[in-house]
Design a protein around this ligand. Structure first.
Ligand code: 4AD
Length: 437
């Protein structure tokens, strides 16, 4: 191919700026159809999907024969003119003038027919190229970018928590461990304890990193490796923390609506419904009242139980909005949560439930500030005091009121994209039964 000095290599997402112009695109072939005179090439380049048309009369025998031979996932450069095309979903097409194959592809396994979930997950390294992962993971990227924007604007700084730890703050039954020289290390369940140290040093911080839970639950909401965003704020009580949480969620949704209209359309996600979730404040209901509401609606639940998926779905549907459930029983929550001022059986905590059956996306609380109380709690939970001495130090040297929360990134992505299963919300999911690819 002769290099034309004036011709630009462009990305498909930018073709709208090149109508009537001759350009070059590097793309992969998704599919093709056509006849002896005409070939329609379905292309993708990682930024969008578009059709290119090869007309035998225009390109001549040789190029047309090349186009006809193209196999799924062959990579190539295409040169041609961009034109508007109201009939295609994308709105633009390329009239091809020349094409050069870069990488051949033979026997690509994910054919345009239907495939089962296991097959697609076994081929996840290739399936990433297809429409659904493309759209979901680009939205995930927006959510990550918007997270940094939001917290930076609010005066937070990001601190990085370690992944190899000695502690198990969210319970000792869901731990992955590994040999660590002559001792054992655990894969972090949460960055929170480190975020608390950070909040005492920097005021407002957030961690964002992978977290690990050896959960033996095969549900559509659980991964064994997931990414968590954990803000922690010194001098802030739980009421102020809930306000940050709801503004953060509304910011994420607005960012996706503003930047990912194309992806939401590819997924068929209802944008008006999503936009309704930017309306603040979100309702708050106490755990006590939630139990009553559930009982009135024929749920077989007693005070003291943790909610399962049906209860969470009912509560969020009841409010048709994300909803905070506040002040859970102490017995079912983590050791560090702040005691209620007048009741010994509940803690100052809240979970944010997403609507449409997506369940808990945020867990958080105000943290207890008292050294003796927390020491007793660590002992009562049977945790190794040696591992928590540094954490208790935070209560010895200028302890202040502070609150924080954790958003499960993949839970948020699953909800915002409207996916059925959390495995779609991460490039390479890890579950009880999946460690590859
Ligand atoms: O409620 P969790 O366990 O809270 C914490 O870990 C606290 N240390 C957070 C904090 O206050 N800094 O988990 C927080 C969130 C859940 O709401 C959920 O979104 C997500 O993490 N999560 C999971 N996501 C995917 N797979 C799993 N197995 C998850 N477990 C929790």
């Amino acid at each position: 191919m002769k290099r034309n000095a004036k011709m630009e290599t462009i990305r498909i997402e930018d073709v709208k700026n090149y109508v009537g112009k001759e350009v070059r695109i590097g793309a992969w072939l998704r599919n093709k159809r056509g006849s002896g005179k005409l070939q329609f090439l379905q292309l993708r380049d990682g930024t969008a999907f578009m059709q290119a048309v090869v007309v035998k009369e225009d390109v001549g025998e040789e190029i047309f024969a090349k186009a006809k031979e193209l196999k799924q996932e062959t990579s190539m450069y295409l040169i041609g003119t961009i034109k508007e095309d109201a009939r295609s979903d994308f709105g633009y097409e390329m009239d091809v003038k020349d094409l050069v194959v870069v990488g051949e592809s033979e026997g690509y396994p994910i054919t345009p027919k239907e495939h089962g979930t296991d097959f697609l997950m076994d081929h996840r390294h290739l399936y990433l190229r297809h429409i659904q992962p493309f759209a979901v993971l680009r939205i995930r990227n927006t959510i990550i970018a918007a997270t940094y924007e939001f917290f930076n604007k609010e005066g937070f700084i990001k601190i990085d928590a370690p992944i190899l730890t000695g502690s198990a703050p969210e319970g000792t039954t869901e731990l992955f461990s590994t040999d660590y020289f002559d001792t054992k290390a655990y894969m972090s369940q949460t960055g929170q304890l480190y975020a608390e140290a950070g909040a005492m040093a920097f005021g407002k911080v957030f961690t964002f990193g992978p977290t690990f839970r050896a959960e033996k639950s095969k549900t559509r909401r659980h991964l064994t490796e997931f990414w968590m965003i954990e803000p922690e704020m010194a001098w802030m009580d739980q009421a102020a923390s809930l306000e940050i949480q709801e503004r953060y969620i509304a910011y994420l949704i607005q960012a996706v609506l503003d930047r990912n209209g194309y992806e939401l359309d590819l997924l068929g996600r209802d944008k008006d419904l999503l936009a309704s979730y930017t309306k603040l404040p979100y309702p708050r209901i106490s755990y006590d009242d939630a139990i009553k509401l559930l009982q009135e609606n024929d749920f077989d639940v007693e005070w003291g139980v943790d909610f399962g998926s049906p209860e969470e779905t009912f509560l969020a549907e009841h409010f048709a909005s994300p909803v905070f459930i506040t002040n859970f029983p102490k017995a079912i929550k983590a050791f560090y949560m702040k005691r209620h001022p007048t009741r010994d059986d509940i803690v100052i905590s809240a979970d944010l439930l997403a609507p449409e059956g997506y369940g808990e996306i945020i867990g958080g609380s105000e943290r207890d500030t008292d050294y003796d109380y927390l020491k007793a709690r660590v002992e009562a939970e049977g945790l190794d005091m040696d591992e928590y001495a540094w954490y208790l130090d935070l209560r010895k040297y200028g302890s202040v009121p502070h609150s924080g929360f954790g958003l499960g990134l993949e839970r948020a992505v699953t909800w915002i994209t409207g996916e059925e299963h959390i495995r779609e919300a991460i490039p390479f999911p890890r579950t009880m039964t999946r460690l590859r690819p």
